[in-house]
Design a protein around this ligand. Structure first.
Ligand code: HEC
Ligand code: HEC
Length: 527
């Protein structure tokens, strides 16, 4: 099997890259009405239909990123002239009236959250027919009737006729298969008419429901766990002002502020600056929870998993750290909102001391009996649950996460920054039932080795970049030809990533694979 991640891909990128930032900020107050823009800017080519519709445009539903990409294509390929303000208004309007229901994005949010090392799992035909150029998620994040899927196939072949000669096309009749097999499949799997969307439109809470303080918990690979409070104030037209105050597990603080906008009643897109670094937020708002990923605008590989609970609601979000060794004592912090009472960790784990008690965090000192049963246990605070604590007596296995990933050369006088590799070492235990369970992320010592003989011969370890031994952060080499390498090739490489975790004096290792490759020249909002 050829392993590939979302980092491979083709698209009409540069404008799309520039417009992606636009998605995260609201239209200005002088914004024009969406209907007027559709009429003046789109109707020239898209024919009016019954009930105020426009050909093509009115028969598709997609995410804000999806609409942004379609409009960007109108600009790049069809010469459409549209200002930034008008485009923002249109994306907002289309995502609100022809968006996806929360359930329709389930399982493919990784593409919106820019988790570009995700190895996708689609059926073989979809992967080969469609997922060889871009993510399968780009397909799964759209809803169309058969006719619109068919037009999309025509558009592909018309726009990129050479696709028929490429690998995974020249061995088959791509066009025929796309029309006869893919179109019916896609229309069935991703239909325009889905009761979930109508239901969501009728029941979605107003944006104002998100105003207030949110207690959040997160995990940043290379840095660890973090928590804090995000304050959200209304700023008109489904947009917000945002303030962030948090701290890392080691106690060091971070602060930030910015703005956010809500699409389709739940798609939260924020732009915040934290200690001077611009970050994007891609969250889904669901009731009293906000969940997704926050990442650096210039380096989307540097990001954290984020989950928040609205203050005033009661919810247990996380236990940090989420593990405890049998026969040992440790401090753990519970993060959530509306927390009250003494937490309970199940048989064999005792709360020795309550160090701090607040509605957003409870810090306790725990003691696990030497014979405490290994495995995951549900943690409860009063009537709240939803977080787990892993108790272990020994680590059975160490996994490198992500197991397969891509870093990219950059800088060195080029216009593209390096894309780093960022790794976590996950410890796994073996439960009493013999089944493996995830204990959690452990500190590790990191190194890279040649992945195979070829990599050894080409000295990839020497040229492809540097692994930071303590953090699991890999900094790739400079872009461009390297005269020191065979045939002056660039600093690409194929590396084995090795994490060594210490368990009471015993060292356990885990391995992953890291491909260091060329820049990602095309970087559209949906990979
Ligand atoms: C100059 C002509 C022209 C204008 C103006 C125009 N479009 Fe298009 N549009 C096209 C063509 C040609 C296609 C079919 C080929 C393609 O998908 O790129 C298309 C297709 C589309 C599609 C379907 C894409 C798909 O993936 O199936 C959408 C959505 C769309 N346009 C939106 C818009 C919006 C919104 C506007 C106004 C901001 C607009 N268009 C203005 C020419 C135009
Ligand atoms: C030869 C490479 C290639 C193949 C194969 C391919 N695509 Fe695409 N696809 C593209 C490119 C390039 C774009 C344009 C991206 C842009 O607008 O910037 C695109 C865009 C799209 C879009 C977004 C269109 C819009 O404006 O909303 C969808 C959906 C899509 N493809 C689905 C599919 C499906 C379904 C298949 C398989 C039947 C497929 N693609 C096969 C290259 C490919």
């Amino acid at each position: 099997m050829i392993k590939r991640t979302l980092r491979a891909g083709t698209s009409s990128g540069l404008l799309a890259l520039a417009v992606c930032a636009a998605l995260h900020s609201p239209p200005s107050l002088a914004a024009r009405d969406a209907q007027a823009i559709l009429k003046e800017t789109c109707q020239g080519c898209h024919t009016p239909e019954a009930e105020g519709g426009l050909s093509r445009i009115s028969h598709q539903r997609k995410t804000p990123e999806g609409w942004l990409m379609s409009i960007a294509r109108m600009q790049i390929m069809h010469g459409v002239q549209i200002g930034d303000d008008d485009r923002r208004t249109l994306v907002k309007y289309l995502a609100d009236t022809q968006g996806l229901a929360p359930s329709e994005t389930e399982g493919v949010r990784y593409a919106l959250e820019r988790r570009l090392n995700t190895v996708e799992t689609f059926d073989v035909q979809t992967s080969q027919m469609c997922g060889r150029c871009h993510s399968g998620a780009r397909v799964a994040l759209q809803r169309r009737p058969a006719q619109e899927w068919e037009r999309l196939v025509h558009f592909h072949l018309g726009q990129w006729p050479s696709l028929e000669y490429q690998a995974l096309s020249r061995d088959r009749d791509w066009f025929d298969l796309a029309r006869k097999e893919m179109v019916p499949l896609l229309a069935k799997r991703y239909p325009l008419d889905n009761p979930a969307w109508a239901k969501w439109l009728a029941s979605a809470p107003k944006a104002e429901a998100l105003v207030g303080d949110w207690s959040f918990s997160g995990h940043l690979p290379g840095k660890g766990e973090l928590a804090g409070v995000m304050s959200v104030a209304a700023d008109g037209n489904d947009s917000f002002k945002v303030g962030i105050k948090g701290q890392y597990a080691d106690g060091s603080p971070f602060n930030g502020e910015g703005s956010a906008i809500l699409y389709s009643g739940y798609e939260w897109r924020g732009n915040v600056s934290i200690d001077g670094v611009p970050l994007r937020q891609v969250f889904a708002a669901q009731g009293n929870a906000l969940q997704g990923r926050m990442f650096e605008a210039e380096h989307d590989e540097r990001g954290l998993d984020f989950i928040a609970a609205k203050q005033g609601s009661s919810r247990l979000l996380a236990v940090q750290p989420g593990y405890l060794k049998a026969g040992s004592e440790a401090e753990v912090t519970l993060i959530g909102s509306g927390l009250s009472g003494t937490p309970s960790f199940g048989k064999g784990v005792q709360v020795v001391d309550v160090i701090e008690q607040g509605a957003n965090r409870i810090k306790v000192r725990l003691k696990a009996a030497a014979d405490a049963r290994p495995g995951l246990r549900n943690v409860t605070v009063g009537s709240l649950n939803g977080a787990t604590l892993a108790v272990y007596s020994q680590i059975a296995e160490v996994k490198v996460v992500p197991e397969f990933s891509v870093a990219r050369v950059g800088d060195g006088g080029s216009s593209t920054p390096k894309v780093q590799g960022r790794f976590d070492a996950e410890a796994w235990g073996k439960g009493a039932d013999g089944k493996p369970y995830r204990i959690g992320v452990f500190p590790a010592q990191w190194k890279v080795e040649p992945f195979d003989e070829r990599a050894r011969e080409d000295e990839d370890v020497k040229f492809a970049g540097q692994m930071q031994a303590d953090s699991g952060v890999f900094i790739p080499g400079d872009a461009g030809p390297n005269p020191q390498r065979k045939m002056s090739t660039n600093n690409a490489g194929n590396l084995k990533v090795i994490a060594a975790v210490d368990d009471a004096g015993k060292s356990l290792t885990g391995e992953g694979q890291l491909i260091v490759t060329v820049q990602r020249w095309n970087n559209p909002p949906i990979p």
